[in-house]
Ligand binder design. Sequence first.
Ligand SMILES: NC(=O)c1ccc[n+]([C@@H]2O[C@H](COP(=O)([O-])OP(=O)(O)OC[C@H]3O[C@@H](n4cnc5c(N)ncnc54)[C@H](OP(=O)(O)O)[C@@H]3O)[C@@H](O)[C@H]2O)c1
Length: 401
Amino acid sequence: MTTSQGAKKAQGRVALVTGGNGITGNAIIEYLATTTTTNDWSKIIVTSNSPLESKIKDPRIIFIALDFTQDSRTLIEQMQPVCTQTTHTYFSSYIHKDDFRELNHANEKLFENFLQAITTVAPNLENVTLQTGGKYYNIHIQPARNPLREDYPRAFPKSQNFYYGQEDFLKEHQKGKNWSWNVIRPQAIIGSTYKPNGMNSALTFALYFSICKELGTKAPMPTNRRFWEGYDDVSYAPLIADLTIFVSTRLSCANEAFNCTNGDVICWKYLWPQLAAYFGIDPADADVSAQINKVEEPLEGTAEQFFSLNTWAKDKRPVWDKLCEETKTANSKKTFDCGTWQFQDWVFQRTWSALLSVSKARRYGWTGYIDSLDSFIATFDELAKQGVIPKRDVMLIIFHF
Ligand SMILES: NC(=O)c1ccc[n+]([C@@H]2O[C@H](COP(=O)([O-])OP(=O)(O)OC[C@H]3O[C@@H](n4cnc5c(N)ncnc54)[C@H](OP(=O)(O)O)[C@@H]3O)[C@@H](O)[C@H]2O)c1
C-alpha cells in the first residue's frame, strides 16, 4: 500500500469526518491521525450518531454526536460552533437495512440534511467527499458489465437506488460554489469497527471460521458454483481512506467519482480456504468444490446459496461465548452481535461476478494497492489486537493447530 499525501499546499486544513464509529469513518480518522501532522491538518472533527468508541488518540480530534435524520435547520444549530472551520468533509454515514426498499428510504435524506447544514455552517469549505459504493452499479441485484467504470449509464430509475439521489444532490448543490465534490465507490469493505455496523465481511468471516473450529466442523462457503468459481474484488478500509484523502486534496481530481478496490482480483475458490487456514481450519475442509460440482450450475442472474449464513448463525451464540471463555476474552462475547450475516448472504447468493475498474484512479495518479489476502490477514490481526476476536496465538494453544 502506498501513502499519497497532499499535492496541493496543505495549510490549516480542517477535516470533518462523519460516520466516525463506522468501518469507513474509522479508517479515515486513523489515516489522518497516523499519517498527517498539524501542518497538514490542524483539526479532525469527527461525528457519529452515538458516542465515539474509537481508540485512536490524537489531540486534533474533536467529537460531536449528530443525527442526520434531523432537518438541516436543527443540524445547523448543533454544528454551528464546532464545524465552522471545516475545509474538507468526508461523508461516511449510513443506515443499514437488509430490505433494499427500506435501505433506499432510510438513506435518502441522511446526506441531504448533512450537506445543507455543512454548506451553511462552513464558509471556508474546499471539498465534500461522499462515499457510495458498488451498489451504484446495481451489482447487488443483477449481473454486471465488467469491469464497471465510473461513467457507465445507470441501469435503474433514481427512485430505486439511494446512491443516485445522493450523488445528484451533491453535484446540483455544488454548482456555482467554491468547493469541489468527489465520490468514492468501494466494493465490500475489509476493515474493523469498534461497534456493530451494517456490512462487515471480515468480522463475519472471523466469527464463522472461529465457531466452525470450536465446533470441529468443516467450514464450507455458503455460496453457489458460479460465485465460488467466479471473480470478485474487495476494498481495504485504510486504502479507501488513502484514495479519499488523495482525491479530495488535489485540484486535478475535483468533481469526479472514483471506484476504489484493492487493485487485484480474487477467486473465492482459492481465497476462502486460505482465510479458513488463518483460523486453524484445514483448507480442504473449507473447499466446497466437490459439493458444489454435484449440483447443476445455477443460471446467471438468479439468487442461490446451498445454505444461508444467517440461518446457520441463529443457534451459534453459545458456541462463541464458550470460545470467548476458553480464550479468556469474555469482552469479545458482544462481538457476536456484530456479525452481518444477512448482508453476507446478499453477497454470497449472487450468481455473477462484479468487478470495479480502478483505472480512473490510477490515471489520476493514485498508486494505492494491497493484495486482498493480505488485507484480510491485516484486518483479522487488527480485530484481535482490539480484543474484538480472540488472539490467534491464544486460539492456537486452545486448538493445537
Ligand atoms: N461496509 C461495506 O462493506 C460497504 C461496501 C461498499 C460500500 N459501502 C458504503 O459506504 C458508505 C458508508 O458505509 P459504512 O459501511 O462505512 O458505514 P457503517 O460502518 O455502517 O457506519 C455507519 C455510520 O453511520 C452512522 N449513522 C447511522 N445512523 C446515523 C444517523 N441517523 N445520523 C448520523 N449518523 C448515523 C453510524 O453511527 P453510530 O455507529 O455512532 O450509530 C456509523 O458511524 C455507505 O454508503 C455504504 O453503503 C459500504
